[in-house]
Write a protein that binds this ligand. Structure first.
Ligand code: G4P
Length: 191
């Protein structure tokens, strides 16, 4: 998606060979016009997949997911990283290990909102090693739902996430595919 690639080139900063900082429009400050266009694009791409719910992982996946859900005309569900006392029955949980952050957490889905009649689209901001997306897939499958696909804003194509998801037979649509990062260098996969 040219709009997103241009924004990444204009405002993104490669901090190292592995980390891209996009705090000014995705991770901290959010650009609502860009999120709306992203939502439109995901809705266009997945329009024939009979999506009934959009699933995302808090927190940076929420903004693009709301717009995607709005353009598909379906609800959006936030997979929670912290369980609250009022969300402790009828839930599915799975452990996620983040290699980028060196942490792990329990991801929770309320089974009140996803069941075997659903076809879900999973949307997230980054795809690195695919830990978070694979966890979201596990939760949706535990609920009995079908998976329409995975929509990603920024895929770091030099990491193994995409291949891991494709190996599970999943349809992965990434709007920006980063081939290489280095201090001051951001290169995309050629179309
Ligand atoms: P994975 O799920 O694909 O394996 O990714 P990983 O565990 O390595 O990533 C963990 C967190 O780090 C995720 O955010 C992910 O979005 C973020 N992340 C991964 N690579 C980058 C990067 O190059 N730049 C930035 N800005 N973030 C990256 P999170 O912990 O879920 O945080 P948030 O959604 O609350 O922002």
């Amino acid at each position: 998606m040219k709009l997103l690639e241009d924004k990444i080139l204009a405002e993104g900063r490669a901090l190292s060979t592995s980390i891209l900082k996009v705090d000014s429009f995705i991770n901290h400050q959010v650009d609502p016009d860009l999120m709306n266009e992203i939502g439109k694009e995901f809705a266009r791409y997945f329009k024939d997949c009979h999506v009934t719910k959009v699933l995302t992982i808090e927190s940076s996946g929420i903004a693009p997911s709301v717009y995607t859900a709005m353009h598909l005309g379906v609800p959006m569900i936030i997979l929670k990283k912290q369980t609250s006392k009022i969300l402790n029955s009828n839930v599915a949980q799975t452990n996620i290990t983040s290699f980028t952050k060196g942490t792990s957490y329990e991801l929770t889905l309320s089974l009140d909102y996803v069941n075997e009649n659903d076809t879900v689209l999973i949307v997230d901001d980054f795809l690195a090693n695919g830990e978070a997306a694979t966890g979201a897939v596990r939760l949706a499958q535990t609920a009995g739902a079908k998976i329409a696909g995975i929509g990603i804003l920024i895929e770091k194509s030099f990491q193994k996430g995409r291949q891991r998801l494709i190996d599970q037979g999943l349809n992965v649509y990434s709007l920006a595919r980063v081939a290489r990062l280095d201090e001051g260098v951001i290169e995309f996969v050629r179309h």
